[in-house]
Design a protein around this ligand. Sequence first.
Ligand SMILES: [Zn+2]
Length: 258
Amino acid sequence: MRGIVGFLLAIMLMSPAPKPALSTEIDSAVSSVDPSVRTPESVDWQLPARYVGQTVSRHPRGFDKRSIALTFDDGPDPRFTPGILDELKKRNMKATFFVLGWRVERYPALVKRIFDEGHTVANHTRMHPARPDQARATEEVKSTSEAIKKACGKYPTLFRPPYGIRDSWTARIAKGEGMASVIWTISSADTQTKDTKTIFDNVTKTPSNGDIILMHDIHEHTASAIPRILDELDHQGWNCVTLDKLFRQFDEFENSRN
Ligand SMILES: [Zn+2]
C-alpha cells in the first residue's frame, strides 16, 4: 500500500499538470506566425547612440555605401501616399515618412500601411508650426509621437522640424525626447515647382552616398514624378533605405574608421 502511494506521489511530482488546450492554442499561434509580417516588437527604429538627441544634416565625410534615404513630409495623404507606397513596393525600396500628427489621427490605417510595408514613420509635429513657443512645441511633438504609437505600435525615433528650422522649440523638445532632428541634404523643391521634370532633375541629377532627399507626399506633381524618379535611382544603382537604417550604416562607417 505504502509502495503504491509512494509510486503515485512520485508520478504526480514528476509529471506536470497537463494543459492540452492551452499548449495546442500556443502551438497553432506559433506555427501561423508569418515572419514577413512586421510587428512593433520585430521592428527596430533604435538609433546609434551618436545620433540620439542630435541634429543630423549631413552624411559622414567619405561615406562609402551606395545608399540614400528618400523622405516624404507633411502626409500621409489618402490621395497620394497609397500610390507612392505602391511604387516603392514594386521596386522593393524603403523610405521614411515624416507625418503630421493631425493626419495620423485622421488616417491611422494609412500610417499602419506605411509601417506594415517596411517604411519608417517619423514625427513632423502635429500642425506644422514654424516657431511655436515652448509649451505649444511640447504639445506638438508629444501628441504626434502618441498618435504614431497608437497607429502602428511604436514611438518614432526621428523628427524633422517644420521648414527645417533646426533651432526651433519643436526641434529642441524632440531632441530632449531622444529623437534625432533630421534635415535634408537634397531638396526636390516640390513645394516651389509643379514641374515634374524639374522635380525629377532635382532628385536624380547629383545624388551622392548618404544623401537625404526631401519630397512631399501631399502633391499630385510629386506623386506623378515618383515612378520615373524611382526607376532612375534604381538604374543608377542606388539602395533606397530608411533613415534609421542609413544612420546605422553611418555608424558602422564611423566605427570602422576609428
Ligand atoms: Zn513639412
